[in-house]
Design a protein around this ligand. Structure first.
Ligand code: C2E
Ligand code: CA
Ligand code: CA
Length: 661
């Protein structure tokens, strides 16, 4: 029987209705539990009835041993089949389930009446053994059924009451003491079992309710967690997705990317944001960022992601190729550039953008970001206000930068660095007044590297101070070898000026060679002053205090006006070599003369740089410049050549001038 029944249960197709405790309405949970037990009930009922009919086959009429039991057992088998049919999710609607439970109660009572009446009918036949079998059949079967109905207490109780009640009435009518006693025994046991079942049913209900509560709380916690996760991926100021989201998104797009699908990553950086933030305050700066964030959000196409990556930098992820992405980036930049009203204030910021294409520019989120950043950096420096695509040309530039960094990181500065010296001369006699030390780096790996690249790379790899001090030591050694009437100019970068450690080290070296201090000139550029004007000014004053002079290099290429220069502790102005070419034309000469007059009014000496032709030299002389520097007179030279050049010749001037400008 059990094997047969297992087979039946096994044949029931697997249901995909998952019903862990507490996640379904109570009647549904109840119904699903019942489904596991009711087929056992019918199995028990049918089997016991077959056995009872069988033991009475010789004593009772066939109506009672075959016909009636066959009908009753057929009814149970039909019901069993119904309970075993797979259910679909829509069958679990609460109303439907409640109806099924009600009909289960009715069917249970009807079958109880049917079977008990049949059993008592059989009891009319046979001897004491057969009567005993009927009593045991009724007792055992009803208790078994009550057990199986424990998730439907009403049915269990009604079945119990119906069967045992009928049996008791029958016993009373028979007036058989032993039957009455059996009925009372069964009744007591059934009552106790019903009580226990009832308790366990209430336990089940409580558990379901408790689990339901737990699930509700868990769902709330989950919702809260989702909200937290959303907040963790949102930029608090603009409400745009933040950096974390941007990179997570990039990672997942890279992971899912297929060969025929490309996307672009863009970076937008605001121009002139910092001055607005500094001048109008951070609150206004924040408001401006919010407005720009809203504009980006509302101007972006639906499939474009705009995130704020920090500060005034925004990131874009754009599905599609470079042309489409560039058009979108440009239209977003146009939206950013529209004037913004902040209270009574009207401001406008510019923006530049860098763009890379996946997978050409890189296959990891960080590689893509770095290259987009490089393209952006390039846009800001070379093509301000435009969108620059990362290209092979930029790739080479990166490679060059990386190679330079690697080479400088491992460089032996003492042997790889040296100075070349370019004289500065009087325009009339061409006599050398001073020499400018110019850095030369010959890398064993890369060959000769320009001084600009040396200085920039040194800043990037953090060896700026070392480079400057190595060069300065060499400069001091050279200065000591130069005739006493010749000075030496040494170039300082913005980083040098902003680094008190470097200035301290320079001063300490000058202190050791203090007799040379008055022959030193430090050349600085305007751009080196811009970054940290206060620190730079302090540094300049300290250098000047020990007797060195200060020259402002490349004058005319920056933004400052000469009149603002009187604030700075300067001695000399070097007019940028771009002006030298203009010495040939009258308007250029007038402009240069004006600069010279102003310098003179401020008691600054003037050097004109980049003299490449005789006519430029004559122009400089006629323009009133006493000092000049340039390839026409001398290219940068080795120290030995400088010494040879300065060696007193028999025709040397009997009264050498000892003055710089
Ligand atoms: P700078 O200080 O303006 O130096 C003058 C540069 O112009 C030198 O280039 C020099 O060779 C070049 N030059 C001189 N006369 C002429 C001319 O008639 N025509 C043309 N076309 N060019 C001329 P160099 O040596 O390549 O140096 C370039 C820049 O590198 C320097 O510009 C300076 O800013 C920087 N630099 C050089 N040495 C150092 C250093 O030791 N420290 C720092 N911080 N910067 C240095
Ligand atoms: Ca210089
Ligand atoms: Ca210069």
């Amino acid at each position: 029987m059990i094997v047969f029944f297992r087979l039946l249960t096994f044949m029931r197709p697997r249901e995909h209705v998952i019903h862990p405790a507490g996640q379904l309405p109570l009647p549904v949970a109840q119904f699903l539990r019942l489904r596991d037990q009711i087929p056992w009930l019918y199995g028990l009922l049918a089997t016991n009835s077959v056995i009872l009919a069988y033991t009475h086959r010789a004593v009772a009429p066939t109506t009672l041993t075959i016909t009636v039991p066959a009908v009753l057992i057929l009814a149970t088998l039909v019901r069993m089949a119904m309970w075993l049919t797979p259910i679909r999710a829509e069958d679990l609607a609460v109303a439907k389930v409640e109806a099924k439970l009600r009909s289960a109660v009715a069917v249970a009572v009807a079958l109880a009446i049917g079977f008990v009446t049949w059993a008592l009918g059989l009891d009319q036949y046979g001897n004491a053994w057969e009567h005993g079998h009927v009593a045991i059949y009724v007792a055992v079967t009803v208790l078994g059924c009550i057990f199986c109905l424990n998730y439907l207490p009403l049915a269990a109780t009604l079945v119990g009451v119906t069967v045992i009640g009928t049996f008791l009435v029958y016993a009373l009518l028979q007036q058989t003491e032993i039957l009455i006693a059996i009925a009372i025994n069964i009744g007591l046991v059934a009552a106790m079992i019903l009580k226990l079942l009832n308790d366990s049913y209430h336990g089940f209900v409580d558990l379901e309710l408790a689990q339901r509560d737990l699930h509700r709380k868990r769902r709330q916690a989950q919702a809260l967690g989702t909200e937290n996760a959303r907040l963790a991926e949102t930029d608090a100021l603009t409400g745009l997705p933040n950096r974390r989201f941007f990179f997570a998104m990039l990672d997942s797009m890279i992971e899912q990317a297929s060969a025929d699908h490309s996307f672009c990553v863009g970076l937008i950086d605001l121009d002139r944001f910092k001055p607005i933030n500094d001048t109008h305050g951070h609150a206004q700066g924040d408001r401006l960022l919010q407005i720009i964030g809203e504009r980006l959000q509302s101007s972006r196409p639906d499939d474009v992601i705009v995130a704020r990556l920090g500060g005034d930098e925004f990131g874009l992820i754009i599905n599609g190729g470079a042309d489409k992405a560039e058009a979108i980036a440009n239209s977003l930049c146009t939206a950013v550039r529209a004037p913004v009203r902040l209270g009574d204030l009207g401001v406008s910021v510019g923006c530049s953008a860098g763009l890379v294409v996946f997978p050409q520019a890189g296959t990891t989120a960080h590689a893509l970001y770095d290259r987009a950043d490089f393209a952006l950096y390039h846009a800001k420096n070379q093509k301000r206000g435009q969108c620059v695509r990362f290209s092979g040309e930029l790739e080479n530039l990166i490679r060059t930068e990386q190679a330079l960094e690697a080479a400088l990181q491992g460089a032996d500065l003492q042997t790889e660095l040296r100075l070349a010296f370019q004289p500065i001369v009087y325009t009339d006699t061409l006599e050398v007044v001073s020499v400018e030390g110019l850095a030369r780096w010959t890398s064993p790996r890369l060959g000769v590297v320009s001084p600009e690249q040396l200085i920039q790379t040194a800043e990037r790899v953090g060896r700026a101070r070392e480079v400057t001090l190595t060069l300065f030591d060499k400069a001091l050694v050279s200065l000591a070898r130069l005739p006493a009437n010749v000075r030496l100019s040494f170039n300082l970068s913005g980083i040098d000026l902003g680094d008190p450690g470097t200035i301290e080290a320079l001063l300490s070296r000058i202190g050791q060679e203090h007799h040379l201090a008055h022959r030193l000139v430090f050349e600085i550029t305007e751009s080196s002053l811009i970054a940290e004007i206060e620190a730079a000014e302090v540094a300049l004053r300290r250098l000047r205090a020990v007797g060195a002079q200060i020259a402002l290099d490349d004058f005319g290429t920056g933004y400052s006006s000469l009149s603002s220069l009187h604030m700075l502790p300067l001695d000399i102005v070097k007019i940028d070599r771009s002006f030298a070419t203009r010495l040939d034309e009258p308007s250029g000469r007038r402009l240069i003369a004006a600069i010279r007059n102003l310098a003179r009014a401020l008691s600054l000496d003037c050097v004109i740089e980049g003299i490449e032709t005789e006519s430029q030299l004559i122009g400089a002389r006629l323009g009133g410049f006493t000092l000049a520097q340039g390839y026409y007179m001398h290219r940068p030279l080795e120290m030995a050549d400088i010494l040879r050049l300065l060696a007193p010749a028999p025709t040397a001037s009997p009264h050498p001038r000892n003055r710089f400008g």
